[in-house]
Design a protein around this ligand. Sequence first.
Ligand code: FE2
Length: 215
Amino acid sequence: MLWSSFSEKKEATMSLELPALPYDSKALEPYISANTLSFHHGKHHQAYVTNYNNLTKDTPLADQPLEDVIKQIAGDASKIGLFNNGAQVWNHTFFWHSMKPNGGGKPSSELAAKIDADLGGFDKFVADFKTAATTQFGSGWAWLVLDKGKLAVTKTANADTPLVHGQIPLFTVDVWEHAYYLDYQNRRPDFVTAVLDHLANWDFVAQNLAKAKNK
Ligand code: FE2
C-alpha cells in the first residue's frame, strides 16, 4: 500500500483495515526476518487495528479518519485505550514505510543539506538517533521530526506519537521488544544500527519533508 493512500484517507469508513506491507515479508532479510515481520505486522499491528475497530464501533469516531481521531482524543484519560491502539496503528504503518529493501546509505540533496544545517551533519544525526532509540526506557519509538520548521530527533514512550505534539513525523524506528527480540534478543542497539545502515528509506523521509514544507 502506498503511504499516501493510508495517510490521506479522508473519506468516511466503517472500520479500519490492516494496511498491507509495502514490500514482501522476506524483503528486509537478513536485518529483519520474515518471522519477525509476519508476527509484527500480522499479529501486533493487526491487534491494534482490531482493538481500534472494537473501541470505535457504533460511535461517531468510527467514521472519522484515524489521524483526526488520534489528535482529537490525545490527553483524554477516558479514551486512553482508544488512543493507544489508534496511535499504534498509525505509528506502525509509518514505520513500515520508513524502511525499504536495500535502504540505508545517506540521504541526498535537500534532506542532506537540512540535516547538516539543523542537526550538525549526518554522522551526528545518526549518533543522536541511536542514543534516542537506545535510551527510550521500555517500549516506544525513536523519531526524526520537523518541529517548527527545523529537524529534530526525539523519542516517545509506548504508543505516544509526535503527531499530537505539534511535530511532523519524518522517520521512525519501533523500539518495542516485539520489533527485534526474535532476531536480536536484547541487542536493541544492533537492531537500530541495522535499520539505519541497511533499511532506512531516505526517499520516504525526503517526501515527507517536501510535503511538510508545502503545508
Ligand atoms: Fe511494533
